[in-house]
Write a protein that binds this ligand. Structure first.
Ligand code: MF3
Ligand code: CO
Length: 253
């Protein structure tokens, strides 16, 4: 396995990618409204990427035709933007975008609620996904092992009664959207390779209210829970530094 250590130039480009991508996400929430189609959100993101000089990494990826994945309710990841998916009040919407600045990528996903107000059960799974992401990121420190990230995520999620999707994982990221290694959302503390300064990972827990099993729709992309239970996915791109994790897709922090 060859895990790339990024040099200063690569890191600066990834920082810019993260900064610009996060700036687009600041405005996504106001778009996620009752009655809007997921395709029109994707179209808006296309315009924003162009404005910021970012290049989509999903468009053209194994034939994928959009700049975002927009996954509603029981769709975990890789929801294909469509004119036929119109958002309804109470929908849980995960927006996932990977884009590059001068050849270096940032990958980010956030979860939104249509109409904002929701029941306690839904608010809780969203909070747990965010908490799992933060706990995973907190393990991304020099000297730790790769699956410390995985174990922290799994621990947080399962302890609170949710399922961890096994069929998809986080990943190394850099010149390419997906680089080595895979960063699974389950695993054992104290195992996996040693983490070094200059490694960059996309960390992305995918969690479910019911069983963690997923199935792919006939479109070859849309991954939804087999039991139709609600799923949440959030993602950040993280740089390991000698001073701890730097979250490239949360640049203000
Ligand atoms: N951003 C996604 C990820 O986290 C990639 C999905 S893009 C697609 O890996 F092209 F695969 F749809
Ligand atoms: Co990713």
């Amino acid at each position: 396995m060859s895990v790339k250590i990024k040099n200063k130039q690569a890191i600066d480009k990834m920082r810019t990618a993260g900064l610009l991508l996060a700036s687009i996400f600041e405005d996504v929430e106001s778009l996620v409204k009752e009655g809007i189609s997921t395709l029109s959100i994707d179209t808006w993101i296309t315009e924003q990427l162009l404005k910021k000089g970012l290049i989509s990494q999903s468009k053209g990826y194994h034939g994928y035709q959009h700049v975002s994945c927009i996954s509603v309710n029981d769709v975990v990841v890789h929801g294909v933007p469509s004119n036929n998916v119109l958002l309804q009040k109470g929908d849980i919407v995960k927006v996932d975008v990977c884009a590059a600045w001068e050849g270096y990528c940032a990958d980010m996903a956030r979860c939104f609620i249509v109409g904002k107000k929701t029941d306690e059960r839904t608010a809780h799974i969203i909070a747990v996904a965010q908490q799992a992401l933060d706990l995973g990121i907190a393990q991304a420190v020099v000297g730790n092992r790769l699956f410390d990230i995985s174990a922290a995520i799994q621990n947080c999620v399962e302890k609170q009664g949710y399922g961890i999707v096994r069929d998809f994982a986080g990943h190394g990221i850099g010149k390419k959207m997906h680089e080595e290694p895979d960063v699974p959302n389950f695993g054992d503390f104290g195992t996996g390779m040693r983490l070094k300064s200059g490694m960059t990972f996309a960390i992305e827990p995918m969690i479910t209210q019911g069983s963690y099993e997923v199935q792919i729709d006939n479109d070859g992309w849309t991954a939804r829970t087999k039991d139709a239970s609600l799923a949440v996915h959030v993602e950040d791109t993280v740089l390991i530094t000698d001073n701890g994790p730097e979250i490239l897709t949360r640049p203000s922090k």
